[in-house]
Design a protein around this ligand. Structure first.
Ligand code: PGA
Length: 251
């Protein structure tokens, strides 16, 4: 049985005080049995939030980014070895990192490797632009992203990865993929995993949907056969709404 996962991506939002208030508003959220909530908060809030998150059943901390290097002269970067004291999860390949910071499939692959080597779980993001969807090249594009950054992994390691499908045109735009568009892509991703590994492995991997996922569409999206939860940006900054999304997820 795959785990249902609701991951929050706070991005570059919240002062420490706002972060603490947001966490406080989630304190009474009951995470359904067998589900997990991952709060991917800004690096600088990991230490101050850790003890409170540790006391919240079903909640874990994650990072939004890491260096592909393990240590060295990389001013401003954060390594997985620094992160592993605080988090179990690291987002990798987010479209904002790809587009704004020029991360390509090769760099994403190196990060996936370094995250796994540190014993952490990558939340691997993939997703196509509006243009690629309009020209019906979206399936091929995702196939390529998976092949170049993930499918070198061993059967053991691929099972440690969480995948998030986030169509770029839906991120932060208020446009959401329809449940059928999202389900089609999630099923496609699962079939790709099956082709490279086995059906059993494909069925064991959680695939999350992201892109304007909110309190109004999450129940419908998460009910699809191949959608195992969500990666939530904007709506995760609203405690009450995010809490409802978590409590509404069926495990
Ligand atoms: P959004 O962001 O929910 O604000 O669209 C999702 C993401 O970028 O992970």
């Amino acid at each position: 049985m795959r785990k249902k996962i609701i991951a929050a991506n706070w991005k570059m939002n919240t002062t420490l005080e706002e972060a603490k208030n947001l966490l406080e508003s989630l304190k009474n959220v009951v995470v359904p049995e067998g589900a997990e909530v991952i709060l991917n908060v800004p690096f600088i809030h990991l230490y101050p939030l850790k003890s409170m998150v540790d006391s919240m059943s079903g909640f874990s901390l994650g990072a939004q980014h890491c260096s592909e290097y393990e240590s060295g002269a990389y001013t401003g970067e954060i390594s997985v070895n620094m992160l592993k004291e605080y988090v179990k999860y690291v987002i990798v390949g987010h479209s904002e990192r790809r587009d704004l910071f020029d991360e390509d499939n090769e760099e994403v692959k190196a990060k996936v490797d370094v995250i796994l080597k540190a014993g952490l779980t990558p939340i691997f993001c993939c997703g196509e632009s509006r243009m690629l969807r309009e020209t019906e090249e979206h399936l091929g594009f995702i196939q390529h992203q998976l092949a170049e950054s993930l499918f070198h992994l061993t059967s053991d390691d691929i099972q440690k990865v969480i995948i998030a499908y986030e169509p770029i045109w839906a991120i932060g735009t208020g446009l959401t993929a329809t449940k059928d568009e999202a389900q089609e892509m999630h099923a496609f991703i699962r079939t790709e995993i099956e082709h490279h590994y086995t059906l059993e492995i494909a069925n064991s991997i959680s695939i999350l949907y992201g892109g304007s996922c909110n309190g109004s569409n999450s129940v419908e999206l998460f009910a699809q056969a191949d959608i195992d939860g969500g990666l939530v940006g904007g709506a995760s900054l609203k405690g009450a709404e995010f809490g409802r999304m978590v409590m509404g997820v069926e495990s």
